[in-house]
Ligand binder design. Sequence first.
Ligand code: HEC
Ligand code: HEC
Length: 294
Amino acid sequence: MAQQPKKKQDVDTTGHEWDGIQEYNNPLPRWWLWIFYATIVWGIWYTIAYPAWPGIKNATAGYLGFSTRGQVAEEIAEFEAKLEPINAKLVAADLNEIRGNDELESYAVNAGAAVYRTWCAQCHGSGAAGAVGYPNLQDDAWLWGGSMEEIHYTVSHGIRNEEDPDAHWSQMPAFGADELLTEEEVQQVVNYVMSLSPVNPPVDASLVEAGAEVYEINCAACHGENAMGDKFQGAPNLSDAIWLYGGDYDSIYETVWNSRFGVMPPMGGAELTEAEIRAVTTYVHQLGGGQAPE
Ligand code: HEC
Ligand code: HEC
């Protein structure tokens, strides 16, 4: 039988009365009350055990020493411990044998893609297609060389930076700003350079011949007799359709007049581990332009 609600007269009153209105004394059920007390005790324990009370700079730390950062660090450490054996293999392998070794290659490409997204994409683009001043890493045009060893060196030491004494280094003179060439000679050589590349025709074809002479004397030492570039100096090929700083008249003029100074930070040492550098090297090498060792 369902319990009947208590009748008015069965319930005691608290004895309070205001203007003829009395207050019933309906105590809370025991079970409810005990759970309520238990949650209070638990709540107090929780704020002592875990970070809880806000202070001026930090919250109280809690005696269990728990922190979400600590938890993440622990998870990362666990993850790294799992990867230790394969990273050790990657570091021990001959650079030229990573590609072609199924286990190492597939690991390196995956891990390298993650390293790339974190450390390289901001400059070379999320798809590695580069931007003005930042080379495309997918094609087979290389400033400093596209073999595993050459990419590994570039990534480890960087380019024209002060942090690493082994960084690639070279400097094209500022032919106009430093008065090595007259304005006329600059115009001539810019037209000559344009005549070499299939991208834009020279603006003034009558200057090309004189420009060839200016080139021979001033530029061939770095960019080569045939303008194919020189990877020992990071001097770009000027005869192809690929331009780091732009192949239109104004961009080439700017390059010759003021020069350029592309800087890449070194990733070796503090930034990336040797295994990470090898992984990202493998990733870049397999993007499409990777070259065989010489
Ligand atoms: C701060 C910007 C910056 C970051 C970050 C950066 N690079 Fe570079 N990188 C450059 C620039 C600029 C150059 C071209 C320098 C020059 O003009 O020679 C370059 C050149 C290169 C080259 C040489 C390309 C060639 O044609 O020889 C490779 C390979 C390379 N970067 C790979 C990487 C990888 C891999 C990472 C990430 C681990 C990375 N870079 C991170 C700016 C950056
Ligand atoms: C000392 C070596 C050196 C000499 C001499 C030199 N260059 Fe360069 N040149 C370079 C280097 C290195 C770069 C790449 C600079 C960078 O990436 O920061 C470059 C870049 C260029 C570029 C940009 C190419 C691109 O893809 O955007 C052009 C154009 C160029 N040089 C033209 C010339 C011309 C014309 C002369 C002669 C008047 C000349 N250079 C002389 C070393 C040289």
